[in-house]
Design a protein around this ligand. Sequence first.
Ligand code: ZN
Length: 608
Amino acid sequence: MTEYRTNTKQSFTPSNSEFAIEYNLKFEHVGQHLIDVSMTFTAQAQQELWLPVWVPGSYLIREFARHVSTLSATVLDQETPRNINIEKITKNRWRLNCEAGEKVIVHYQVYAFDLSVRGAYLDHTRAYANPACVCLAVAGQEQQAIQLTINSGQVFAKQPIACSLPKYEAIQSTEKNTTHSYSANKYDDLIDHPFEIAEQSISHFDVNGIPHSIAISGRHRTNMTRLASDLVKICRYEVDFFGSAPFTNYLFMVMATGSSYGGLEHQNCTSLITPREDLPHGNEAEQPSAAYRRFLGLCSHEYFHAWMIKFVRPQEFAVLDLEREVYTRMLWVFEGFTSYYDDLILYRSGVIERAAYLELLAEQITRYRQNAGREHQSVSDSSFDAWIKYYRPDENSQNATTSYYNKGALIGLCLDLTLRERGSSLDAVMRQLYQLAQQGQSLRANTIPDICEQLIGDRLNDFWLNYVEGTTELPLEIMLDAVGVQTAVESKVWPFGLKTTDSPHGLVIQQVLRDSVGAHAGLSAHDTLIAVDGIRATTSLLTHWADATGFHAKACADAGTLLTCHVFRRDELMTFQIQPVASAIHTIRLSVTHPERLTHWLEPVGSI
Ligand SMILES: [Zn+2]
């Protein structure tokens, strides 16, 4: 059994020589995906228990309480234990009918079959949980010290555990069970440490004296040596970039699957889920493949969050209310700037080449240009509405919303280039934010303008007004040109403003770009386009028609002819007339025309 090397520097001292709240987890119903939980504590008057409705880092109400069942409670400190009544009082709260001062044990089960990094998952191959989904909080006692005991049960008795909480007691192991014991200073700390027991490939590495580990579960054949050597470069760059780390150990917890992708940041670990193809293989070329580059970008992104959002926080996140939405207008900073730096750091740390970085940046710009919603929603509004929009995309999202990741990253680029033109940089802003957080300050709306004034003597008021509060188009071409990078059109996509997929029944329209030729014709998302001008509809036919240089389109345009589209909407055949004019959006390519101008932005590699 390989063991995750836990931190020995973190100290823990429970306030009263014992823990106020103890959770005990068992995995005896793996086939039914049920985690058995028991928790003990001393009740207060009208004691209530509650479960978070969302998990920090993912801004959607997820209602974890819907997976909790079979609650029962018993008073322990009597000669005959007494069962007590539990009343459900809201969707995520329970009230215990017991007296203040009584020691109580509560049992319940949690259905755990959510593979995402935000949830809990149990089957015979893997036990994984964010404690926010599994451990009920004891109302009024959230600041009390906690012991978490995880009993592997026979299925996982020989499997390693990955968890970045401080260990409280040594592992106790028998043939039938292995007990892992951890401590947390308070409930918020507990829920910021997911755990996983599964077959894992584990590597340890050191970054400026700070122990790091990566544990990968799921079927995979990762070149762990290569992965660790690239992660060392990325992590070292980020620690050096900020000057120190807000953690004393760090864990990358990775699940390899067929196609799932995602990551969630925590204080001193991250939980990632990735397609196994994105992990480096035995013959990984010196320059990472596009797939491996994507995984490294995910690692770089979540690791950056250890500073930006886990340590430097928006003012509204200083104390999190996990029972309702917590609104901030600054996710464009925390997700956007993190998205700017995640790829940039791959280049600056020497893991990818400059051309590869420019490819990633071009993809980011292409996504921005393809998003018609950028003209209708600011990133400030997009941050605020994350709870009802970003995490609930539909066929209209592209037309009505802006991604605070995507546009936030490009605002980061424009701000960086603006500051560099005037002798400073976004790097300097980030370091100041970290220093302010070290002094106990969170980020307010005027914090970044204040820092800009300090750095370049200008609060850049128009910049925020135009690009953050407003929907003014970002001046990407002009700003990139000034640092010697030229923007060119690579290829056309979305003919007639239609995003389609081929199917045996025709072209299924996924999205229709706002104000496009397709939208004006009346075509709609979910339509199945079966013929254009009497010919079976395919992607290549549509692309051909949308190209103004195409013979047919030109001929039709000359004749002023409209094209007839046959479409199934629901199960009814309908016809629409479409203008055969050039209409498509473009993907972008970037190339360096004046390398000498890049000096203060992309060069020299590794310089901080
Ligand atoms: Zn993020």
